[in-house]
Design a protein around this ligand. Structure first.
Ligand SMILES: CC(C)(COP(=O)(O)OP(=O)(O)OC[C@H]1O[C@@H](n2cnc3c(N)ncnc32)[C@H](O)[C@@H]1OP(=O)(O)O)[C@@H](O)C(=O)NCCC(=O)NCCS
Length: 125
């Protein structure tokens, strides 16, 4: 897991929120609990223009796909000396520059409203 993190996500440094553990009690699954927790983290990342990263289990993969994360790599983990292994999935969602993008959209919208206001004022006078 450490190797996988280094290989795929270390490059983002501090500019990421990395989901370490996520487990819903079996009696409460498929009721949206994990979605709500993930959305909290995604919103935290989005506000800062960070990456949201996770090393998913086969069970978690469906959840993160449902949330719109994309797959950036697959690795197999196995106990030393054993043939059987489990695939783990490197998944991420990018919010880089979203804050900047939002700023420019707001700026354009303000400039647009100002131009319309000036046009209207000139038209009336
Ligand atoms: C993965 C896990 C955390 C999901 O928790 P949850 O609270 O049941 O998830 P949600 O109710 O928010 O699921 C949202 C969506 O994710 C997908 N999903 C969740 N669990 C799924 C499963 N077992 N199989 C297929 N899709 C699944 C579905 O699209 C689901 O939407 P739907 O119920 O409307 O079909 C839970 O199954 C669990 O604790 N598993 C064992 C631990 C584990 O593998 N954790 C992930 C580590 S990365």
């Amino acid at each position: 897991m450490g190797y996988a993190f280094e290989k795929y996500f270390a490059q983002y440094g501090e500019n990421q929120i990395h989901l370490e553990w996520l487990i819903t009690h079996p009696d409460f699954r498929r009721r949206g609990a994990a979605t709500r927790l993930c959305n909290w983290g995604r919103s935290f990342a989005s506000k800062r223009g960070w990456m949201w990263t996770v090393i998913a289990s086969p069970m978690g993969k469906s959840l993160y796909e449902h949330l719109g994360c994309h797959l950036v790599g697959t690795e197999t983990i196995r106990v030393h000396g054993e043939d059987e292994g489990v695939d783990i999935f490197m998944m991420e969602e990018s919010y880089e520059n979203t804050s900047l993008r939002r700023f420019f959209i707001a700026l354009l919208a303000t400039l647009g409203s100002l131009s319309l206001g000036i046009l209207y004022f000139n038209f009336r006078n």
